[in-house]
Write a protein that binds this ligand. Structure first.
Ligand code: GUN
Length: 282
């Protein structure tokens, strides 16, 4: 029987800690605002953006909402970002992804001032992480490190295997585990004999994007398993990339879906907004 790593409770703890910090900053005269930009009306994005605004309200961060029509041009979006880059009251800028096809995501990410890049997607933030300098860290992998630390999982010296090499999760995850002195292997769709590589892992982070793909045959007895996937199964129920029923009996700890990694992403976005005050000070 694995210990269930409870992302709901841990994310709530983090938000409560941040709420106190935000109140203290307010008392010193610093009010944090996050600009949240959504282009178009993708229903999933609308839900995510709504949850981000709700979290802001909870911790005492002012959210400034920019809901732009689907037809917004890249030029118009870049113009708005430029205005927000120069607006002192705005500490963080978040552009919800994905963007409509006529807008180049990388151009938009690059346009955000690195000191306001609370998503941690700007090449400068990614570069800082890779050479161990201070900067914003992508929220989902940063949240996974918090889940591990706050659940008493030691990373130092452990065999860590990450499945997936996306810019948002897999790559920064590998860098963060390395920063914690883990021995890190990154696997992907071209990895040969994925099963036996995964079976080496003391800590297995799964961000593969395929529902329930990782069953017990990929997992070493006693491993810690972190599931980044979110899918709806045939009965519209949420499930992850890990086959929970198969893996839970042999893992020592595991994150559920929902209620594992998911809630941590928004908590870490709030963390980055508070961090933005420090980063602005230099
Ligand atoms: N779309 C899905 N996840 C994210 C995220 O973490 N940040 C942004 N900006 N867009 C997303």
């Amino acid at each position: 029987m694995a210990k269930i790593i409870d992302g709901k409770t841990i994310s709530q703890q983090i938000k409560d800690e941040l709420k106190e910090k935000v109140a203290a900053l307010k008392a010193e005269g610093t009010e944090i605002a996050l600009a949240v930009i959504q282009v178009g009306t993708d229903p999933a994005s609308t839900v995510y953006v709504g949850n981000k605004k709700k979290a802001c309200e909870y911790v005492g961060i002012r959210s400034e909402s920019y809901e732009l029509p689907e037809e917004t041009t890249q030029e118009e979006l870049l113009q708005l970002i430029d205005t927000l880059n120069h607006k002192d009251s705005v500490y963080g800028i978040l552009v919800q992804l994905p963007l409509p096809e006529h807008i180049q995501e990388d151009m938009v990410i690059r346009a955000i001032a690195p000191e306001k890049d609370v998503d941690g997607f700007h090449p400068q933030s990614v570069g800082a992480l890779s050479i161990g300098q201070k900067g914003f860290v992508s929220c989902t992998p940063a949240g996974i490190i918090q889940l591990l630390k706050r659940s008493g999982v030691e990373i130092e010296g452990k065999e860590c295997v990450v499945i997936g090499r996306s810019n948002i999760v897999g790559k920064p995850m590998a860098l963060l585990l390395l920063r914690e002195n883990g021995t890190v292997t990154v696997t992907h769709s071209k990895t040969k004999d994925l099963r036996s590589v995964c079976k080496r892992a003391d800590i297995l982070v799964v961000a593969i994007g395929k529902p329930k793909m990782i069953d017990a045959s990929y997992v070493k007895e006693g491993a810690v398993v972190i599931d980044v996937g979110v899918h709806r199964n045939e009965n519209r129920k949420l499930c992850g990339d890990v086959d929970f029923e198969s893996v839970e009996p042999i893992a020592s700890a595991i994150t559920p879906v929902p209620g594992g990694v998911g809630p941590m992403t928004i908590a870490m976005l709030m963390y980055n907004c508070v961090q933005a005050v420090e980063i602005r000070k230099g």
